[in-house]
Design a protein. Structure first.
Lengths: 413, 588
């Protein structure tokens, strides 16, 4: 088996994917294997006893939202008795930012690869402040989730139906030329998203107040497009998964306790090591001592070659990498050293429209000692406090070393 | 005395950077000893022996940097540790240039698409992978690294030969390609003489003398010290010979080496005879059968003279000595009998042995002409002794004497104090990569030891030569002046310094000894010529360079205005052997 040839196939599949946002629907109706007693979460598998604060809070919130429990204690008891099951989003073609908790009745984005018809899913973004994805589950958090489920989701679903879907690959390409890197900065992409939806939202039959609330959601939420972008990255990387002999990473995800990766040619195995605490800038009143270890499926953006890999495109957030645009460019240049190829669709203006570094090769990571860069939000380690900063993190090298060992074994070398 | 030490995890620095930082720390007031090393078991043992043990030292591993200092006060020790760390960072920044330092040759090539050559100076055990990556990228390679296993050299040269690429090295210290001085090399006038050499300071001496005699060079191609061994078969020398034979700017070719393996010498001489241009062959210590277009030289100076004459550069004049041997010999006291040579250039050391052994008898050395002349222990001279201070015995964990004169100065005091010492012979090597002002470092010690001898009622003859040109950063003329003022009889070449030493000692009635150089003659049939198309394009203009390893060489190229991008090289897989092995298998 020629590894380079296998990686070329994986790269071709990444470059060939055509993700489009085609709908919004309840998870139980669309996500394969979704059940009322199943709670999806970010990252590799984790047991309740090892789950971090934000993830625990989000699971409790999910159970309250579903009406499976009436109190925090009941929710915890349900999980501890095994009456509900935890599983990674990634095991169900889904991704979710931060805790990533997705339950059966939640509305989720449906993203389809127009070429293959394959699909991936992601929950709706709640915006800022006290939110479920950071482990908050107070009444107002749940009330907002209900509004999103009852009003926002169906309205976007109807608008998308009128539009015939929305081309996410093109949207990502545009946002990269507008100062976004697609992970920590999605201001331009979210503006585009709202702009494309708005005329159709106007015609889905909402009363004026409801329409205003929906439009305000897009006006206020710079992260609105993050979740569909993540699902687009997920369907793209799923296309590249399962190429025998390929050493391309198809998934990187964290659950707040562990960081896990999967590799195209190594099946469903996770290669896992303890997640690290991001290095970054903290909101006033918080410090690294408050931070939870790295959490969320949003690393699917870096896996697909955007996010920190496209840092050169996002001068507005260069403070995270040292403060100068030159350092942002250097961050992207570094990632070319560990990737198989470039994505010409995602041209980076500061690099003369060179395509984003795409297709992380575990061999190159281990050889160079350069782990992938990840831009990320930082969660408080206590459930419900929310986001306390943003910054940079790198996956543990051990994940990639284990994967190299497994690949050598798999190929009998 | 207080010892301060720190460990920085997973921080790789090249050995020269480490040693320069160490030297800087040692020079601070109150500092008795300082160590800046990667924490290998051997280095940790050295630190303990040097009284630099500290609590965290035991837990440091080979990927970790250790900085330790012992000083009169705690503050001074702390200051030394801080200075060393600062020096390491400063070095890395100056070598960086732009904001991004590429980590691989492929990425460096993207930054410098016109690059034609990679200058590789990583530790020897990593050299094969880096050189192979460069060859895969279509780059010619100068492989400075030593301690590269022979089988790696054979494999790399098979690849480079098949690709028509030049692989200079391993253990190639010197090359000049279209005016770009690579490694340790001098600034030499452009002209019509092309050289191929398996001996670094041999190339430096011949090119510098060509310059001195008013002519100039096209290229000086290094081959590495083992190229002319039976196992390697002269791959690089044959490529270089062919490329220079086809190079329209080259009129005369010079080949420089210690004695090659007989079969390889025969092949190379047959190729030289068939190459179509005059070839001067300086195989030091071998007697070359000349004839036709092939001219044999008995010394490095002789090679330079013949080449200059052949190129029509006029007569460099007779090789007259500047010193007066009889007069010097007359000043020596009765017990002074022996030559003591302390060399920084390996080939200059070897040439001295070759030229003097027939005249003054056995000369003990750490690099002897014949095995029975080995100097053991190398730290104590006996009889006539000529020491290669650049030998492995002296450079483990230390800078080469061309860069750091400390050890040679110590040894100079030791030899001068020996009443049996009559003549001291020294080389001073200039050029890019060498010490910025070696004469000024040497002069006070020369004065000191001559004065001490005088007070003891003895006289010391100090002979030597400066290998370099007036255009070198150190300026050879100025260096000679400083040395002459300090009492050295500065001859115009290494060979002449040896001759002067020999004449002084012959006057002392030293015994002659039979020593016959090996005879080499061309093979009946020349070898098939290698394909050298890509080498011809390399020689067509000053190359842009990708430098992997020592920052020193990157800085030297920057000084020369040669376009260069430095790879921010680290040992692969963090130096973990198990993963390096797995990666190699996954690349195969």
């Amino acid at each position: 088996m020629d590894i380079n040839a296998a990686n070329q196939i994986a790269l071709d599949r990444i470059l060939g994917a055509q993700p489009a946002l085609v709908g919004v629907a309840p998870a139980r109706d669309v996500i394969p294997g979704m059940r009322p007693d199943l709670i999806l979460h970010a990252g590799p598998p984790v047991t309740w006893d090892r789950a971090s604060g934000p993830l625990r809070g989000a699971v409790i919130g999910g159970l309250l939202f579903e009406g499976l429990a009436a109190t925090e204690a009941e929710a915890v008891a349900l999980v501890e008795r095994g009456d509900v099951r935890l599983a990674p989003c990634h095991h169900h073609a889904a991704v979710g930012p931060m805790a990533g908790v997705t339950t059966a009745s939640m509305q989720v984005y449906v993203v389809e690869d127009r070429g293959s018809g394959a699909r991936a899913y992601s929950n709706l973004n709640e915006g800022y402040g006290k939110v479920l994805r950071y482990g908050a589950y107070a009444g107002d958090v749940l009330a907002r989730l209900r509004w999103m489920n009852d009003v926002l989701g169906p309205a976007v679903a109807d608008a998308l139906a009128r539009m015939g879907g929305l081309d996410l690959k093109s949207l990502i390409a545009q946002q990269l030329t507008m100062g976004d890197e697609g992970h920590n900065r999605n201001r331009a992409g979210s503006a585009l998203f709202g702009r494309l939806l708005a005329p159709h939202l106007a015609r889905v039959g909402l009363p004026a107040e409801a329409l205003e609330a929906v439009l305000r959601y897009f006006a206020d939420n710079d992260l609105a497009v993050l979740n569909p972008v993540m699902a687009a990255c997920k369907v793209t990387m799923d296309a590249a998964h399962g190429v025998a002999g390929s050493t391309v990473v198809t998934c990187m995800a964290r659950n707040g306790t562990d960081f896990g990766i999967r590799v195209s040619g190594l099946g469903d195995r996770w290669f896992v090591a303890p997640a690290e605490v991001p290095v970054g800038l903290y909101f006033p009143g918080f410090s690294a001592a408050d931070a939870n270890p790295d959490i969320g499926d949003s690393t699917i953006t870096e896996t697909a070659g955007i996010g920190a890999f496209a840092m050169a495109a996002a001068p507005a957030i260069v403070k995270f990498v040292g403060g100068t645009p030159a350092e942002a460019v250097a961050a992207t240049l570094e990632m070319y050293e560990i990737t198989v190829g470039e994505n010409p669709t995602f041209g980076l203006p500061p690099l003369d429209f060179r395509g984003t570094p795409t297709g992380i090769d575990i061999r190159k990571v281990v050889r160079t000692g350069l782990t992938p860069r990840v831009n990320t939000g930082i969660a408080h380690h206590r459930p419900g406090v929310g986001q306390i900063g943003a910054g940079l993190v790198r996956p543990p090298m051990a994940c990639f070393e284990q994967a190299v060992e497994a690949m050598a074994e798999a190929l009998g070398r | 005395m207080p010892v301060v030490g720190i460990v920085r995890r997973s921080a790789y620095f090249d050995s020269v950077a480490l040693m320069l930082a160490q030297r800087e720390a040692r020079e601070l007031p109150g500092v008795e000893e300082a160590g800046v090393v990667m924490a290998t078991e051997a280095n940790k043992a050295l630190l303990r022996e040097g009284g630099l043990a500290f609590p965290d030292l035991d837990r440091a591993g080979p990927d970790d940097l250790v900085v330790a200092a012992r000083a009169a006060t705690l503050q001074q020790a702390e200051a030394a540790v801080a200075r060393a760390q600062e020096a390491l960072v400063r070095r890395r920044e100056t070598a960086g240039g732009g904001a991004y330092r590429p980590k691989t040759i492929a990425a460096a090539r993207r930054q410098l698409p016109q690059a034609r050559l990679a200058l590789v100076s990583v530790p020897g055990r990593f050299a094969r992978a880096v050189a192979a990556e460069a060859l895969d990228e279509g780059l010619h390679v100068l492989l400075f690294s030593d301690n590269v296993p022979l089988e790696h050299e054979i494999e790399l040269k098979a690849r480079s030969r098949a690709a028509g690429l030049l692989l200079m090295g391993p253990d190639c210290g010197t090359a000049i390609i279209a005016g770009a001085a690579l490694g340790f090399a001098n600034r030499v006038r452009a002209g019509r003489i092309g050289l191929v050499g398996a001996a670094g300071t041999g190339l430096q001496e011949v090119t510098s003398l060509i310059h001195r005699f008013g002519a100039g060079i096209t290229h000086a191609i290094g081959t590495g010290s083992r190229d002319l061994s039976e196992a390697v078969g002269g791959v690089t020398m044959l490529q270089g010979l062919r490329a220079l034979a086809l190079d329209p700017a080259t009129a005369v070719i010079v080949l420089v080496s210690k004695p090659p393996a007989p079969a390889v010498a025969a092949t190379v001489l047959a190729a030289a005879a068939a190459c179509g241009k005059p070839v001067v062959v300086a195989f030091l210590g071998a007697q070359v059968a000349a004839g036709g277009n092939v001219h044999a030289a008995v010394s490095l100076e002789d090679a330079a003279r013949q080449a200059v004459r052949l190129v029509g550069g006029g007569d460099p004049g007779p090789p007259a000595l500047r010193g007066l041997p009889a007069q010097e010999a007359a000043r020596l006291h009765a017990g002074a009998r022996y030559l003591r040579g302390l060399f920084s250039g390996g080939t200059l050391c070897y040439e001295t042995l070759v030229l003097l052994r027939p005249h003054i008898g056995p000369i003990y050395s750490n690099a002897p002409l014949v095995p029975e002349d080995v100097l053991d222990p190398v730290t104590r001279s006996r009889g006539h002794a000529v020491v290669d201070m650049g030998g492995d015995e002296f450079t483990q964990g230390r800078l080469h004497p061309m860069l750091d004169p400390t050890l040679r100065l110590q040894r100079l005091r030791q030899e001068a104090a020996d009443p049996e010492t009559a003549v001291i012979d020294l080389d001073v090597v200039l050029g890019y990569g060498a010490h910025p002002d070696p004469a000024t470092a040497l002069a006070p010690v020369l004065r000191e030891v001559r004065e001490a001898a005088r007070r003891a009622g003895r006289y010391l003859v100090v002979v030597g030569s400066v290998c370099g040109t007036d255009e070198d950063p150190q300026d050879a003329a100025a260096q000679r002046e400083v040395l002459a003022e300090a009492g050295m009889l500065v001859e115009d070449s290494n060979a002449r310094a040896a001759r002067l030493a020999g004449l002084v000692l012959e006057g002392r009635g030293a015994p002659r000894a039979a020593w016959t150089p090996s005879r080499v003659a061309p093979a009946a049939v020349p070898p098939p010529w290698p394909e050298v198309g890509p080498i011809a394009s390399l020689l067509a203009g000053r190359p842009a360079v990708i430098s992997v390893g020592l920052d020193l060489f990157t800085e030297s190229l920057q000084t020369q205005g040669v376009p260069v991008v430095a790879v921010d090289w680290r040992p692969p897989a963090g130096g973990k052997p198990h993963l390096m092995d797995l990666l190699d298998r996954l690349e195969a």
